[in-house]
Design a protein around this ligand. Structure first.
Ligand code: OOG
Ligand code: NI
Length: 431
């Protein structure tokens, strides 16, 4: 997918080399910034992509296709509150070992036609979408084979990747006429992006940077059309959640149906992300409150408002704001544990110098940031207001299963590390 996107969006190659240069610089200055060689090995792997689907059936099949690759839906994001007529989830690996092997996620949005007011336009969109087939017959057959046989052999797996790649390609030929495109685009540019093409072209791919401020400055220096703002929390000593920025979307040539002319479509872009500590529900609530306050206070208030958010790992841990993995400090003789109570509070065990707390990285997305990313790439649209409600039940019905609760996944990872630790202490104490 990376090769495909690089061929389709040449600036993306520039973005990748820029991010690699910034990361190399950070690693020269802070050689310990990555937790070991496994982290370094996957640094250059893209962290996420995004697609936008048109129908419940497309979402349902996409869920089956991602399952073949070990990716499951995590989280529900309602973007209608931000004037974007979609709701979304992120497909990703859910267990820590799978995430360590490959952390790739796909932010997947489903168009909400119920939010399009004009009934004629809604019908045009529905009919156009009903005619398209976004998966090749072979991709569907291999997905079914994986489900029934419980796996694919090497050749089938290779064929699966090649077939599924077709779903994410850009198509220069639109499925609608130019006047139809214009009507859809006038209602919402996103509507045109989802409805007018034969498939859900990959909208962006996002490498991971170790210093998003430096990467942003470098984007501007190299003349990439970078956004002015970085979405998410401000720069801090301890990065939390997710910070993102992107370059503005490209103009791509389009040929409209029925010889109705040529034009251009603007939707696809490049994005970079920097990830930090996963926050507990309490931490997230504090983040949301401060973000809200900063938005009300206006541009420039973010850093000041966030001084209320503790900014060292110990404070974050003790206040119960972040998730951590706990493990025995390596290299201690087992005599160090003599007399230790295996059931003592983890913070006490850390204080006693026996246990290390390693921050768990946030693997998900932020709805306010995502809305900002959507909007910056729908340049020129006046803000649309929807009196919508989140529609998680409908989304899950289309998907064919509930989405994972992201907090529960982090909680389970933290709890499992504590259980293992206590087990080791108990064995040590008995020895
Ligand atoms: C998805 C926007 C959200 C992110 O990184 O928050 C997103 C889209 O533009 O389709 O990718
Ligand atoms: Ni993104």
């Amino acid at each position: 997918m990376s090769q495909l996107y690089r061929a389709e969006v040449p600036q993306y190659g520039t973005l990748l080399s820029l991010v690699a240069a910034v990361n190399a610089q950070v690693l020269r200055e802070q050689p310990d910034v990555l937790a070991g060689p496994a982290e370094a090995a996957r640094l250059e792997v893209e962290r996420h992509g995004a697609i936008r689907l048109g129908t419940a059936e497309e979402l349902h099949t996409m869920r089956r296709v991602f399952a073949v690759m070990g990716m499951q839906p995590v989280g529900y994001y309602d973007l209608s509150v931000a004037g974007v007529p979609v709701h979304s989830t992120a497909f990703r690996p859910v267990d820590p070992a799978a995430l360590a092997a490959n952390p790739f996620r796909v932010f997947t949005s489903l168009l909400r036609l119920d939010l399009i007011e004009d009934p004629a336009l809604r019908q045009l969109a529905r009919d156009t979408l009903a005619r398209r087939r976004i998966f090749t017959p072979q991709a569907l057959a291999l997905t079914t084979r994986w489900e029934t046989a419980g796996g694919l052999d090497e050749a089938e797996a290779e064929a699966f990747v090649q077939e599924v790649l077709n779903t994410f390609r850009w198509h220069r030929s639109a499925t609608v006429t130019q006047p139809e495109y214009q009507r859809l685009s006038a209602a919402h540019r996103l509507l045109a992006d989802v409805v007018c093409f034969p498939g859900p072209h990959i909208n962006h791919l996002t490498p991971r940077t170790l210093d998003i401020d430096a990467a942003q400055a470098e984007m501007q220096r190299r003349g990439l059309p970078a956004k002015e703002v970085i979405e998410g929390p401000p720069r801090r000593q301890v990065p939390i959640l997710l910070r993102q920025t992107s370059f503005k979307a490209l103009n791509e040539p389009v040929r409209f149906a029925g010889d109705s002319g040529d034009g251009a479509h603007t939707a696809r872009f490049g994005e970079i992300e920097q990830r930090g500590l996963a926050l507990t529900r309490a931490g997230r609530a504090l983040y949301d409150t401060l973000l809200q306050r900063a938005r009300q206070a206006g541009p420039g208030a973010l850093a000041q408002v966030f001084t209320e958010f503790p900014d060292d790992l110990d404070a974050l841990r003790r206040a119960g704001l972040g998730f951590f993995q706990y493990r025995l400090k390596p290299g201690l003789p087992s005599t160090a544990w003599a007399g230790v109570n295996p059931d003592a509070e983890v913070h006490t065990l850390v204080d006693q110098g026996l246990v290390q707390a390693l921050p768990i990285t946030y693997e998900d997305f932020l709805p306010v940031s995502a809305a900002g990313i959507f909007q910056s790439n729908l340049a020129g649209d006046a803000a649309v207001r929807y009196d919508a409600q989140a529609a998680q039940a409908e989304f899950e019905q289309a998907l064919g299963c509930p989405v994972h609760d992201e907090f529960a996944l982090y909680e389970a990872e933290q709890a499992a590390s504590i259980a293992t630790l206590r087990e080791q202490l108990r064995r040590g104490a008995a020895a």
